[in-house]
Write a protein that binds this ligand. Sequence first.
Ligand code: ATP
Ligand code: MG
Length: 258
Amino acid sequence: MAKTLVITNQKGGVGKTTTAVNLAASLAACEQRVLLVDLDPQGNATMGSGVNKGQLRQSVYHVLLGTAQVAQARQRSQQGGYDVLPANRELGGAEIELVDLAERETRLKAALAAIADDYDFILIDCPPALNLLTLNGLVAADRVMIPMQCEYFALEGLTDLVNTLRKVRAGLNPQIEIEGLLRTMYDPRSTLAQQVAVQLKQHFGDKVYSVVIPRNVRLAEAPSHGLPALVYDKSSKGAQAYLALAQEMLEKQPAAVA
Ligand code: ATP
Ligand code: MG
């Protein structure tokens, strides 16, 4: 039975997709069976995994609308060593089309249940919004991972997300918990970043991963080659940081390793 993690933050450009792709590859390198679900019409996690979003016969869009099974729509990231349930701009229409359908918030959860035994981890990459797509991600997940940049407004956005989580917990998914906050694009020379990093620790304690993802150009370059950084440049600081994150996660949940 897979552990399902939704990677979300309604703030744009905080490193959600970079985290999704590189954590998927790092967990795969640790011999975990991983499915990466791209829930963003931008399709960046799809492309970053080496799957061409322009040539999808079936995608997460069809899965949400009930016209395809996950088992049919998933593809292999050959280089990454994990599976991808891909997305492209078609998914943008799903929000409107789902509104009239029954159980519109639980469709991803229901679809993933059929393949949960194929994986150790299912990672879900969300769009930068608290919309129906993200809600499907939150309802399908056991745990939430929140990537954030250590800057002043980061904390403000967190309040909205925590409020949304509270509502999800009160209604559609009582089990959901925060797995961890991940500090991304960290620049140790910035005094503000240091201050915010400390504030986060004070507020959330051990919910903050000890691994910090540094700002690293290799992480930004890798997606244009359709590769996780671990394959593009294994020795880069960015790739090594995500590998360390995977190890930290696995150490915290020995049950998932067995
Ligand atoms: P969106 O909200 O649009 O989905 P996102 O939260 O998924 O964005 P990413 O796409 O992962 O964020 O990252 C935003 C940009 O920053 C990308 O160009 C990415 O390559 C770059 N980036 C992410 N993490 C790092 C890092 N640690 N070091 C350097 N560049 C990074
Ligand atoms: Mg993204």
